[in-house]
Design a binder for this molecule. Structure first.
Ligand SMILES: Cc1cc2nc3c(=O)[nH]c(=O)nc-3n(C[C@H](O)[C@H](O)[C@H](O)COP(=O)(O)O)c2cc1C
Length: 203
């Protein structure tokens, strides 16, 4: 069994930091935002997850103050869009570093659809989008108390769009949506196509 402290990894054994290969797969936060001038932004974030369900909350974390966290902070709103296998290439396109104001929707050939309760648009082709209002926005600190330009945004879900076809026998069939998740190595992804069932113990 290998043990190492993150800052002192033996790089002859592990030349590449395996952290993101180990915490995998990570769901992808495909985040649409707008700034106060109405400029639209769309980008993927794999430091993303659901962090509460009563009320529903989603979080994403930005390495550096990129447009998504900056815009979300500015108008206190963002939208999460589900990335399906069919949308994988377009999702990847939207990770390009475009100058502020240039639309990733346009670059990736994606249509926007209006949200109901927040300003940022949805990805029309995604079978699920969640409209969120920001409740926390913080710059993370390490053990020494120092910030390191990592920005965590937590939003409360205020509206959910779900394609009719995603509901089968009164439930969402996750596998049929084929959600894509990020794994560790460059270009590594996973797709959920098969589920297994295991119920929690009753006592
Ligand atoms: C699948 C995937 C996951 C990513 N996850 C993150 C992440 O968690 N945090 C981050 O800062 N950048 C992440 N990136 C890189 C951003 O998407 C990229 O820097 C993008 O240009 C940011 O756009 P923005 O400035 O419009 O927000 C990811 C890229 C891809 C393709």
């Amino acid at each position: 069994m290998i043990f190492y402290e993150p800052h002192a990894r033996d790089e002859t054994i592990l030349p590449h930091d395996p952290f993101k290969s180990l915490v995998a797969p990570r769901p992808i936060g495909w985040i649409s935002t707008t700034d106060s001038a109405g400029r639209v932004n769309l980008a993927p974030y794999s430091f993303f997850n659901a962090v509460a369900e009563g009320p529903h909350m989603l979080a994403f974390s930005s390495r550096g103050a990129k447009d998504s966290s900056t815009f979300a902070n500015e108008i206190q709103e963002f939208v999460w869009n589900l990335v399906t296998y069919e949308l994988r290439e377009q999702m990847n396109e939207t990770s390009a570093a475009l100058p502020r104001g240039m639309s990733e929707f346009e670059r990736a050939g994606l249509e926007m659809a209006p949200s109901r309760l927040v300003a940022p648009p949805r990805v029309a082709a995604s079978p699920c989008s969640m409209e969120c209002k920001v409740v926390h926005h913080l710059e993370l600190r390490d053990l020494s108390g120092a910030t390191f330009d990592q920005h965590l945004v937590i939003g409360q879900v205020v509206g959910i769009h779900l394609a009719d076809a995603a509901v089968v026998d009164s439930a969402v069939d996750t596998a049929s949506l084929r959600p894509v998740a990020r794994c560790g190595g460059p270009g590594d992804y996973a797709v959920v196509e098969r589920l297994f069932q295991m119920l929690r113990p009753s006592s």
